[in-house]
Every structure is written in structure tokens, then in C-alpha cells.
Design a protein around this ligand. Structure first.
Ligand SMILES: C[S@@+](CC[C@H](N)C(=O)[O-])C[C@H]1O[C@@H](n2cnc3c(N)ncnc32)[C@H](O)[C@@H]1O
Length: 291
């Protein structure tokens, strides 16, 4: 006979307290339609800590000395981590055919041989590894220092990204030739090869933590796709301001296809490429910088 674990009820007031606490921590905003979702997913944590109700759990999250660890654990339960290799093909084509050639030409002129790309909210790593494969395919970076930094708030997906081991669903739009060249089969899964991994560093980072972001240093391109859709307007503004500060002048910000900076920021220029439109941090005085 099986028994169902009793679920612990989440009152409206407790929902608002916990919702606001999560929002202030990471920018994820749950409206009242999500009461059941929070109740269901967080009940597991209450049972784990043997709390009788959500009010005690709220006090734990707010005041306990282990609150950071607990907040990190609940990120693993509340984030949407859907991703796959070569997602958003048009934008990737703009990246290889137009953005990288433009950046390369600009950097050749100034004698700068570094390229730094940030995949912000990289989930299990398919996005930064896709970027690495595309750069390897393009070639022409001998003597350059190329860095791709993947970051996420969710420890579970960071561990997956570091392992670099993927199943079928990650390859739903991947050309077989990439699998042959850049992966090794292992017990029905595929491990990303060292020459791809060498370009990629994976770290834990909360996008609302502007101080930690400042430590990353300047970037030429920031990918932040399908992350800010889960934030409210204020959290989006905070994150986009951090991206603006982090980008070099002339650097690019690539959002997901359903995301835009409308009502969030006017600091970027919308750049029309053949394959896509992307945001660019303007050069001082609005000069085109030869791009
Ligand atoms: C839907 S996935 C997108 C993955 C990838 N960028 C893509 O487009 O395929 C969204 C990721 O954003 C991460 N995320 C959500 N809030 C975050 C925050 N405050 N800081 C960092 N990452 C966050 C989630 O953990 C999740 O892995």
C-alpha cells in the first residue's frame, strides 16, 4: 500500500513573505498563481528540516546562520533550467558571421588579443560549450586569449555543467558532425571533449550580486538568454545595469528571442545584423568604432 506525504499548507501571508524573500535574493518573481508551486516544492524542505509550518521555515530563511546554504538549496527547486546545444540558431549565426568578425577586426587594429564571453544563466552548460564549439569551428584565434565564462545561481546545474556529460535531449537541434567532432560517447551519454572544455570556466553567481559581477572583469559579449523573463521589471533593470557596466564599449548583449530591453534600459543601441538584432554598448560620443 502506498501513502501520500501530507503537504504542508502555505497561507496567503506566508506565501507573500516567502515570495518577497526569494525575489530579494535572486530576482525570481512568483505571482499568486504560483502559490501551489511554492507550496509543493518547498514542502520538501520543511519536511527535510522537520518544520511544522511555513512560518517557521520563513524565519529560518531570514535569520538562521545557515540561510545562505538553504537559499542555495531552494534555487535548485525553483529555477527553470531548460536548455540545449545550439539554441536560437539565427542569433548564433549573427554571432559567428557578424559579431565575432566585427570584434576581431576592431581588436586587430588596437593590438588586443583577448576575447571574453560571458554566458550568464548558463544552466547545465550547453550554451557556453556551444559558444566554444562555434569559436573552434571559426578558427583564427591562435595566439589569442579566449575565455568563455558560464555562470548560474543553481548548484545542481553547475555541477552538471562541470561534468560536461549530456543525454539525448540536449542534442535536439545539434548537427551530427558536431557530436562526432566535439564529444565522446560514454554509456549512452556524450562527454564534451577537452579542447572545448579548456575554453570554458563554470562558476556559481547570482545575477543580483553586483559586487561579485564586478569581480568578473570586462566582457566583449554577454549572453543572457531566457533568464530575465522570470524576473520583474526592477530586477531586470538591476541586472541589465550590471551588464552595461561589465561590457567593453562596443561589446554586445545577446538576450533570448522573447526578451527585449523595452521599458528596461535605453543605454544600449539596437544593432541590425543580417541574421538578427542585438544590443550593443555604444562607443563614447556615439562613434561606430569602425564596426
Ligand atoms: C531557462 S535557463 C536558460 C539557460 C540558457 N541561457 C539558455 O537560454 O538555454 C535559465 C537559467 O537562469 C538561472 N537563473 C535564474 N535566476 C538567476 C539568478 N538570479 N542568477 C543567476 N542565474 C539565474 C537558472 O538557474 C537557470 O539555469
Amino acid at each position: 500500500m502506498f501513502t501520500l506525504e501530507p503537504e504542508i499548507p502555505l497561507s496567503d501571508e506566508e506565501f507573500r513573505l516567502i515570495r518577497d524573500l526569494i525575489y530579494n535574493h535572486c530576482g525570481l518573481y512568483f505571482d499568486s498563481d504560483a502559490t501551489y508551486l511554492l507550496e509543493k516544492r518547498l514542502s520538501k524542505r520543511l519536511q527535510f528540516h522537520h518544520f511544522a509550518g511555513f512560518r517557521d521555515y520563513y524565519h529560518f530563511l531570514k535569520y538562521n546562520r545557515n540561510r545562505d546554504q538553504e537559499l542555495s538549496d531552494i534555487m535548485d527547486l525553483l529555477t527553470t533550467n531548460e536548455t540545449y546545444f545550439f539554441r536560437e540558431a539565427f542569433q548564433l549565426k549573427a554571432f559567428t558571421d557578424e559579431i565575432i568578425p566585427a570584434l576581431r577586426a576592431m581588436k586587430m587594429k588596437s593590438g588586443d588579443r583577448t576575447l571574453r564571453i560571458w554566458s550568464a544563466g548558463c544552466s547545465s552548460g550547453e550554451e557556453p560549450y556551444t559558444i566554444a564549439m562555434l569559436l573552434l569551428e571559426m578558427g583564427g584565434f591562435a595566439g589569442w586569449q579566449v575565455e568563455i565564462i558560464g555562470t548560474d545561481i543553481c548548484q545542481r546545474v553547475i555541477q552538471q555543467a562541470r561534468k560536461g556529460l549530456y543525454g539525448k535531449s540536449s542534442f535536439r537541434v545539434t548537427d551530427d558532425s558536431y557530436i562526432r567532432r566535439y564529444f565522446t560517447e560514454q554509456d549512452g551519454m556524450y562527454r564534451v571533449n577537452d579542447k572545448v572544455r579548456e575554453l570554458v570556466t563554470i562558476s556559481h553567481l547570482n545575477l543580483l550580486d553586483a559586487n561579485r559581477i564586478a569581480l568578473l572583469g570586462c566582457m566583449d559579449v554577454i549572453y543572457c538568454r531566457n533568464v530575465i523573463i522570470y524576473f520583474d521589471q526592477l530586477a531586470r533593470r538591476k541586472v541589465i545595469d550590471s551588464f552595461y557596466r561589465t561590457l567593453h564599449e562596443g561589446g554586445y548583449l545577446l538576450l533570448g528571442h522573447s526578451e527585449s530591453l523595452m521599458n528596461i534600459s535605453t543605454a544600449f543601441t539596437l544593432k541590425h545584423f543580417k541574421n538578427d538584432m542585438v544590443y550593443q554598448k555604444p562607443f563614447p560620443g556615439g562613434a561606430g568604432g569602425g564596426l
